[in-house]
Design a protein around this ligand. Structure first.
Ligand code: NAG
Ligand code: NAG
Ligand code: NAG
Ligand code: NAG
Ligand code: NAG
Ligand code: NAG
Ligand code: NAG
Length: 579
């Protein structure tokens, strides 16, 4: 059911009464911190500073950082499959990933900085593979398992991938993508129960190798400022692009979450919180916030490859996760599905919902199921920011805002000329901090558009910030269409339409949809003397994109409305055709 997760997303968090401080203490803390904030967040240049204490982060790579505390929880479960109970301890994740890394270098000649693609659903081997690639000196580019061969081909070419790791059942699609890309490189296929299909190499043999020479990894030379992850995002405009996240970006964002906003307990000898990982690990939210960050603090991950009512409920009862990261349809499901009881939610201390604003009625229903009055907070982030930018503090009850800038993050609200606006004024939100990406891969044009004044990242979202630093997102400037909370780039679908032999020009816009939020519709201009039916064009496009990006309707035009420099006037299309 997953498409690319939206960037940026708004996430909402609910916390249980587990924070059982007496009310007066909570009030006192709030007063103290708000006094501090009023004095300090807005500078005289109208830059908004984080109200939280600055952080110092260790200059480590992501894999070094995650395992720096290995001794504290080596024998605890790091990850368990919510379907099969297949699980790995921290020690196993560490060891298997190192053996995998040795084999990547020895058998596949992987060198520092080589990009390796991961095309997998959420399975317990995901972290082993991710840390294996990093320990081998590689860069991880993650792909959506529901992508078509065309979408995989595009990412292979753009990211300059030289090896792919995937599930047995996705191998035919990968082979098709390699043919389209006119490339030949090894496919490592993962099937825990069977021997591998022809033309692939078995993952199992690469991790269960007792003779791996670990000193091979001494040759790896990756630093804090090198790229670690390369997820793809459409940004504010245009086609999906490779987002270069450095070790520093990811390690900083992990540390930025270990602050007052923290919703979990660090693991100790006798205690280990666990988190449900049903949001896709290929997206920066699942990858960085749910997987990397939670492993860096010793939590137990419970992975689920897809959303199915019975398996989700079963996983809740069997594995009892404290933290739930969910998409809005799952919250709706938990609140309304008859079989859900307080028992399923008994151990939950925090629900975080990604993607889109959540109707308060849905939250209310969840409270009723849980038979508990659960406080509510939310945050904001985007792939380009590793991803977390802001979050409300533990116990704060609010549904309108997305909290305060995380430590070391500065914000600006600007008008169309990039001039700073003041408290309460609505403008585009800009972000600066150690978690902001190095830039899009090999795309100077997109980088010059997304960065202003050197290192300020444009979010493409309209927001306002009050005197105390509290951020409220009000609208979207960017052109992305949001289907079920997942981002769809109009430019990508326009390119697909233009590949049809009868199509001269095309435009795509999103229109409101009661079920999915928005849905993409297309406008097409034929080449002289050729024609096709709308069904033919819709079918042509559907074969090339993941199901959630499917164009639902085609309108034929003589001309696509554009301004003098060729920019499609989507607004005028909307006004004309979507009444
Ligand atoms: C946070 O800001 C402080 C003060 O400028 C700086 O010393 C520190 O290195 C910064 N942390 C990160 C992760 O950039
Ligand atoms: C997973 O483990 C639980 C007990 O911890 C057991 O009840 C359940 O049947 C197991 N599931 C599978 C698929 O083995
Ligand atoms: C593993 O292989 C078996 C037999 O070919 C197949 O039924 C199963 O779906 C495969 N598992 C995965 C995860 O691809
Ligand atoms: C292990 O790898 C190191 C570094 O590449 C090499 O110097 C050493 O000879 C290898 N040892 C064996 C037993 O192959
Ligand atoms: C590691 O890489 C850095 C930068 O690329 C280089 O300056 C340094 O000499 C390398 N170290 C080793 C041991 O190769
Ligand atoms: C879940 O909550 C129940 C009731 O508070 C408690 O007895 C149990 O130990 C908890 N389980 C876990 C795994 O935290
Ligand atoms: C067309 O629109 C683009 C994007 O909004 C803008 O940058 C450009 O200046 C516009 N051109 C004209 C001639 O209005």
């Amino acid at each position: 059911m997953y498409g690319e997760r939206p960037t940026p997303y708004i996430f909402h968090t609910q916390i249980s009464k587990c924070d059982a401080r007496p009310r007066s203490v909570v009030l006192a803390i709030t007063l103290m911190s708000s006094q501090k904030m009023e004095n300090s967040v807005w500078t005289s240049e109208k830059v908004v500073l984080s109200p939280y204490k600055d952080i110092e982060v260790p200059k480590l790579t992501v894999d070094q950082y995650t395992f720096r505390n290995l001794d504290k929880w080596a024998s605890k479960t790091a990850v368990v499959c919510g379907l099969t109970n297949r699980s790995y301890t921290y020690e196993q994740v560490y060891k298997n990933s190192r053996i995998f890394a040795v084999n990547l270098r020895k058998k596949f000649n992987i060198k520092d900085g080589d990009t390796i693609a991961v095309l997998l659903p959420n399975i317990p081997e995901y972290p082993i593979i991710t840390f294996g690639i990093l320990a081998a000196g590689g860069v991880v580019t993650t792909m959506n398992p529901i992508y078509t061969a065309y979408e995989i081909e595009r990412q292979i070419l753009l990211s300059d991938t030289s090896l792919i790791i995937t599930n047995e059942d996705l191998v035919p699609k990968v082979k098709e993508a390699l043919t389209l890309a006119k490339k030949e490189f090894p496919i490592i296929s993962l099937n825990i129960t069977q021997s591998p299909t022809e033309g692939t190499i078995s993952y199992k043999e690469l991790v269960e190798d007792n003779h791996a020479n670990l000193s091979v990894l001494n040759e790896v030379n990756r630093s804090y400022n090198d790229i670690a992850l390369l997820p793809f995002s459409s940004g504010t405009t245009g086609l999906p692009k490779g987002v270069q996240l450095t070790n520093r970006n990811i390690v900083s964002n992990c540390e930025q979450q270990n602050t007052e906003i923290r919703q979990y307990e660090y693991s100790t000898e006798s205690h280990q919180d666990s988190t449900l990982v049903i949001l896709p690990m290929f997206h920066s939210y699942g990858l960085s916030s749910c997987m990397l960050h939670k492993l860096s603090v010793g939590l137990r991950l419970v992975t689920l490859p897809k959303f199915q009512p019975d398996t989700l409920l079963n996983a809740l009862l069997v594995h009892r996760p404290q933290l739930l990261y969910l998409a809005p349809p799952m919250i709706l499901f938990l609140g309304s599905y008859p079989q859900v009881t307080a028992k399923h939610l008994e151990n939950v201390t925090c629900v975080t919902s990604g993607a889109a604003p959540l109707p308060s009625a849905d939250i209310q229903r969840l409270y009723e199921k849980a038979e508990r009055d659960i406080p509510f907070c939310q945050g904001y982030g985007m792939t380009e920011a590793s991803p977390a930018v802001s979050a409300t503090r533990k116990g704060e009850k609010t549904s309108e805002n997305v909290g305060y800038a995380l430590p070391n993050i500065s914000l600006r609200i600007v008008d169309a000329d990039m001039k700073n606006l003041g408290p309460g004024e609505v403008g585009e939100l800009l972000v600066k901090g150690p978690n902001v990406m190095k830039g899009y891969l090999k795309n100077p044009q997109a980088n010059s558009e997304v960065f202003v004044d050197e290192d300020w990242l444009r979010t493409g979202d309209l927001a306002k910030i009050d005197e105390t630093g509290l951020i409220t997102i009000s609208d979207r400037l960017k052109e992305l269409i949001k289907v079920k909370g997942y981002q769809v780039a109009p430019a990508e679908l326009e390119n697909v339409l233009k590949e049809h032999p009868a199509v001269l020009d095309a435009a795509v816009i999103g229109i409101p949809d009661p079920v999915t939020g928005e849905r993409p519709i297309g406008f097409v201009v034929f080449k002289p003397g050729v024609k096709a039916t709308d069904t033919e064009i819709i079918e042509f496009a559907s074969k090339r994109v993941a199901p959630y990006k499917k164009i639902q309707q085609i309108t034929f035009l003589n001309e696509i409305p554009k301004n003098a420099t060729g920019k499609i006037l989507r607004k005028s299309l909307k006004e004309k055709f979507c009444k």
